[in-house]
Design a protein around this ligand. Sequence first.
Ligand code: HAM
Length: 424
Amino acid sequence: MVNRLESVRGMEDILPGESEKWQWLEEQARIFFEVKGFSEIRTPLVEPTELFARSIGEATDIVNKEMYTFEDRGGRSLTLRPEMTASVARAVLQHNLLRDAGKSLWLYYIGPMFRAERPQAGRKRQFHQIGAELVNCGAGDSDFKSVGLLYEFLRFLGITGLKLRVNDLSQINGAQSPRILQALGDHFKRYESKLSADSANRLKKNVLRIFDSKDPQDQEAIEAAPWEKIAPLSDDFMAVTKRLEEKKIPFEINRRLVRGLDYYTGMVYEIVADGLGAQDALAGGGRYDRLYEELGGKSFPCTGFSVGMERLLIVLGLLDNFWARQLRQKSVYFAITEAHDGMNSRREEAALRLRRLGFRILPGSVETSLTKHLKKANQEMARFVAILGSRELKDGQWSVKDMLRHTQSCVPFSELADYLQGLV
Ligand code: HAM
């Protein structure tokens, strides 16, 4: 017998029943970011390996252990993108999108990323992010703007009870950087014999990366690190925290939050949500003012964030009756009771108009029994059922059932879309 093949571990199919939720989420992201003035950017899934090695950093777990890297037929080293901030920077520089130095670019993206991590709930090898980058955004209040946008986006989706963790990496990467890194290095050297092999290695390459370690062996040294003494929080950072307080966005300063990517140069943040278990980071981001320079361009101050879609879906699924409410609201099931060409073309015509208005279409199959149709419409979580039988065809109108309000009406063929639009 021939072996059945399965998808790669940690890379999952998104099947009907689930894909509707993904479509909903993607649509909400497009609505939110476009209304806020962002334009979409799409970059290739594969990039030169060097792009990530240079930007994310050689000593990070992502570059060291988690990238899917391969040689193509021409012997070039290529990598499936583990994140998109670096790809966006590469694309902006390549296409000279910032010809006008005074301009800023607000870009958003939605798509799959790849990291060879150990799969578990909320942690996949192919996962998806919704992200936003404020390129050449200046200093000032852009840190507040980016974290505020992220917070607002999650609230827009209906998620509340979020916890925001913030930290300031500006000192570490500013003029005092050599002194601070030296002091942190001295601290960890005192613990060298106790550190995990990975962290002993990080001590040589980039001491900051030790803070990324989850290894229990490293925690004593991490906890004892004299961050506060050697790298006090900057005035700019404190000004952002003040704005957060004013806007009543709850946050906690966590000096150990270093975010696992080398390109950050200022305020960094993470949002955690209940119900995610060990993988509780729903979103993360921060300021990265030197990335463009490191990739061969001018220096453009930037900030941005990414949200994990798998984790977003877990959190949304925990909200009371969330999917039933969202998916039901704008959905139409078509109940055609005869195999009839005229009826089919009526259905397609109406479905097309409704789909364009953002309705979810449940085409149903031809079925003479209305009871069976209604049962199916219920199972598929339809709010409306548009019924077309020979009587309706003759009268030139749909019978429409509103499954939520338990009402039924007759609607002329040409008015169905407007009628339903008026009800949602
Ligand atoms: P990140 O923290 O590495 O940041 O990833 C952002 C989010 O992606 C995480 O909070 C998490 O929700 C999700 N995520 C990461 N890895 C996985 C995984 N293996 N499985 C499922 N979800 C995952 C970045 O990627 C930066 N590019 C964010 C950024 C944008 N910074 C500035 N601009």
